[in-house]
Every structure is written in C-alpha cells, then in structure tokens.
Design a protein around this ligand. Structure first.
Ligand SMILES: [Zn+2]
Length: 199
C-alpha cells in the first residue's frame, strides 16, 4: 500500500526533512515542493508519506505549510487541542502499520485556545468539554512550575499525548521497541514559526 517515487526513509532522515522544511518556512524561503500536476499524477499510484503529524485544528498551524512539504509527504491528523483518543490512535496506527511511516510527531502550539480554556476553567457547552477534559491533566501537572502556565501546559500536553499513544497502542509500542519508528513531542511558535522538538 505504501508507494511513491521516493525511497523509504528512516526516522532520523524524516526528522531532518521536517526540521529543514520548517527552517525554510521560518526564513520565508519555502520551496513549496511536490505541489505540481505531475506530482499529483505520480501519487495516483499510492502514497508513502515520510511522517505522521498529530496537531491542533487551529487555522494557524497547517502542517504542510509550517514544514514546507507537499502532496503525499505528511499523514496529518488534526483535532482541537491535539488531544488523543482511540480514533486518533487508529489513524496513527494506520500510518505506521499500513503506510510504514518512520516518524510520528505530536505538535502543540503557542496560544492554544483549547489549553487556554482549561486554564481559565471555562465551562464549555455541547461536546467541547470532552476536549478540555482530556487536556486537564496536562494543566494540573504543571500548575506549580515556574514560568508561563499556558506555555508549560501546552508543552506538557504534547508530551502526555506521546505517552498516551505509546501506552495505548501495542502497534506503536512494538514499532518503537523494534527501532522502526520514533514518536516525538514538539512545540510550534505562532510568533516566529519555529518547531522545537521537546525532550
Ligand atoms: Zn490549539
């Protein structure tokens, strides 16, 4: 099922490609790669994305733009607050198991409205509270730490999401244990456009 005009990558190469693309974006020297009609035609044969990205639905954080990538490059899952769930996990497992992506990146971002709502203790109507419930433990975990609470909570939520993915998914865990993939938390700055891989 995994096909493309490019050879498969390992996670080190995949991470380097994401970081390089983000550097181009930060410097406003984008290449806008693989967005031609010709490339669209090549991809009719199948896809071999080199990374899966789980990020927030926030309109300011589109993965293909912030990493300067093109069609067929990224398998993207977006949900408000980049919160994990069994369905999100299913999508990422598909990327790893069926498309053989070597890298899964969870990207939180500055000024995330979902995390901010949790900090403010806002009561959300409808199903919105389901998102804030998932984010609450990240806020609680960093509440007494020095520094900016919102920023710390966003970083913590990226790390916690990675923890959830590995804890809940034998498929991802086995791939990590066999050194086939890496799952990394990251933080995107709306201000300067940079993506920082978190420890
Ligand atoms: Zn957000």
């Amino acid at each position: 099922m995994a096909q493309s005009d490019t050879p498969p990558m390992n996670y080190t190469q995949a991470l380097a490609r994401l970081i390089e693309g983000n550097r181009r974006y930060v410097a406003m020297r984008q290449q806008y790669p693989r967005q031609t009609l010709a490339h669209r035609q090549i991809l009719l044969e199948g896809q071999r994305p080199f990374a899966a990205v789980l990020s927030c639905s926030d309109s300011r954080v589109p993965s293909e733009l912030i990493f300067d990538q093109g069609l067929g490059d990224l398998f993207v899952v977006r949900i408000a607050g980049h919160v994990p769930s069994p369905l999100v996990l299913g999508s990422l497992e598909f990327a790893v198991h069926s498309l053989e992506v070597p890298l899964v990146m969870v990207v939180g971002h500055s000024q995330c409205g979902a995390v901010s709502a949790v900090i403010k203790g806002e009561t959300m109507p409808g199903h919105i509270h389901r998102l804030t419930e998932v984010l609450q433990p990240a806020v609680d975990a960093v509440r007494t730490l020095p520094g900016d609470l919102l920023d710390n909570a966003i970083r913590e939520s990226s790390r916690m999401t990675v923890g959830y993915l590995l804890e809940q998914s034998p498929i991802l865990r086995q791939a990590v244990e066999e050194d086939r993939i890496k799952v990394v938390p990251a933080y995107y700055s709306l201000k300067d456009g940079s993506v920082e891989v978190l420890p």
